[in-house]
Design a protein around this ligand. Structure first.
Ligand SMILES: NC(=O)c1ccc[n+]([C@@H]2O[C@H](COP(=O)([O-])OP(=O)(O)OC[C@H]3O[C@@H](n4cnc5c(N)ncnc54)[C@H](O)[C@@H]3O)[C@@H](O)[C@H]2O)c1
Length: 454
């Protein structure tokens, strides 16, 4: 069976099914199509299914032309999964209200696929999750269908490493981890993913691949926590944290620069460490670094607001009734994704304190419903950025440094700028290099009396 499936894949006669057509699943589905495979996509979101079948991309950063050229067919129900030789699950893995793993989408996907599992299929999980998930959730479905991994079906875990907004951060350009339940599973997995990935990194077990993915993201969360702590210390010492980071980054070994910010955002870094912390508790192990980084990073929105409050106070103003414009709502530059965005948390905290809020984000035309606001969406649209509007604010709060914003105009017309990202400094951070819109002045932030680092 193994050789038969590998031959099917190598001859491109294998039909690929991708379940969950979001930031992770859609680019993967398109890569398979671009390598000559016939691809079926599955998603419970009928709007996405309709868009894809009409040749339109429902995911920011993916061109309609790629979807139209792919020939992929999308479905809102699973019947067509029976015809697929590989089924790859890319559904969300968020956290619940108590920061516990929420595997509802994985569980529901496996249940929906169960009637269509058959001999000769490869079943892969891509969603980020704690070690043991693939074995706990996918293996029982194969067993219930009378299938044995490595003999008549193939069980895989290969985590997504997509970096939305980064043209080099997509599946075809990055090495991909791959693990199988057995050696035969791994051999099928290597054949399956080889054509679409920018290299393969086989690891010894499903759990090892699951843990590696989490470790990659915990590494970032912990280092961001460290640099956020350094930022607060720098403010107390009246030093420029970005200067310290830039200087340290000249060390040719053993150092990797991370940038401080207003707190964590997105579907991965604020979420994934808690998957590992949860699993660690189950096996009686400690994850002190994860907990500590979580505390530091979660406190950043409050810290930003404290800096804002102090700056307003010095100008005889209070947060209550202050007109504040948030610059950037997305969790990172150049994307429209607001999941877990610290800007939304800052918005929530400021509105609780009675501030009059507006926002500008070229990627987010209207304020979305988010988990941080309990699924509610404030009735706000992105405000045009004009000299008059900037001058009418008590403060402009830079949360997400999108490149398209004219920061020179901001600093010229705003009465008070609270900069959480180091936009107003020299040298300008890498995210903005080559895209600056004017003169940012000749000194660090505090050369402008009205720009406060936060
Ligand atoms: N977005 C990223 O940059 C990124 C990077 C690395 C890993 N990941 C991981 O990839 C996984 C997916 O994340 P994403 O960002 O693509 O999420 P997403 O929300 O963009 O896309 C997930 C899709 O799955 C669909 N879906 C949900 N439940 C479903 C079900 N039961 N059946 C079928 N479809 C269902 C949703 O409608 C949605 O279209 C997560 O585990 C995430 O941690 C994401």
């Amino acid at each position: 069976m193994r050789d038969h499936v590998i031959t099917l894949i190598q001859s491109r006669r294998a039909r690929i099914g991708v379940i969950g057509l979001g930031y992770a699943g859609l680019p993967l589905a398109l890569r398979f199509a671009e390598e000559g495979f016939s691809v079926s996509g599955f998603d419970i979101d009928r709007v996405k299914v309709t868009a894809i079948n009409a040749g339109r991309s429902p995911v920011h950063g993916i061109a309609d032309s790629r979807v139209a050229a792919s020939g992929m067919v999308a479905y809102a129900t699973m019947e067509a999964a029976a015809a697929c030789d590989a089924l790859i699950i890319c559904v969300p893995t968020p956290i619940g209200p108590h920061k516990e793993p929420d595997l509802t989408a994985v569980r529901e996907t496996v249940a929906a696929l169960a009637p269509y599992l058959r001999a000769g299929q490869a079943l892969a999980l891509e969603s980020t999750t704690y070690p043991g998930t693939t074995t706990d959730y996918l293996l029982p479905a194969l067993s219930a269908a009378g299938l044995t991994p490595g003999q008549d079906a193939f069980l895989l875990y290969s985590p997504e490493r997509e970096d939305p907004g980064n043209p080099d951060g997509t599946v075809g350009r990055m090495p991909k981890l791959i693990a199988g339940e057995t050696e035969a599973c791994l051999a099928v997995g290597m054949a399956l993913y080889g054509p679409v990935a920018g290299g393969l990194v086989p690891v010894s077990s499903l759990a090892a691949a699951e843990l590696t993915k989490l470790y990659e993201n915990v590494f970032r969360a912990v280092n961001i926590g460290l640099v956020n702590e350094l930022k607060r210390l720098c403010h107390a010492l009246d030093l420029d944290v970005h200067e310290i980071i830039d200087a340290a980054a000249t060390k040719p070994f053993g150092f990797m620069p991370f940038r401080p910010g207003p707190g964590l955002g997105g579907h991965c870094i604020p979420v994934d460490p808690y998957y590992l912390a949860w699993k660690a508790k189950e096996v009686g192990a400690r994850t002190d670094f994860i907990e500590l980084a979580g505390r530091v990073n979660d406190a950043m929105p409050d810290y930003v607001i404290a800096r804002l409050r102090d700056a307003l106070d010095q100008r005889g103003r209070t947060l209550t009734g202050a007109r504040i414009l948030l610059l950037g709502l997305a969790y990172k530059p150049e994307v429209p994704d607001t999941r877990e965005s610290p800007a939304v948390e800052i918005f929530r905290l400021l509105s609780e304190r009675g501030a009059e809020l507006s926002y500008h984000d070229p990627f987010v035309p209207s304020f979305p419903a988010t988990r941080r606001l309990h699924g509610n969406a404030p009735d706000l649209e992105s405000q045009a950025l004009t000299p008059d509007i900037l001058a009418a604010q008590d403060a402009v709060l830079v949360v997400t440094p999108h490149k398209a914003v004219d920061y020179a105009m901001v600093v010229r017309h705003a009465r008070l700028v609270i900069d959480t990202r180091g936009v107003f400094r020299r040298p300008i951070p890498a995210t903005l290099q080559g895209d600056t819109k004017g003169d940012f002045g000749s000194g660090p932030a505090w050369a402008y009396e009205h720009v406060i680092q936060a």
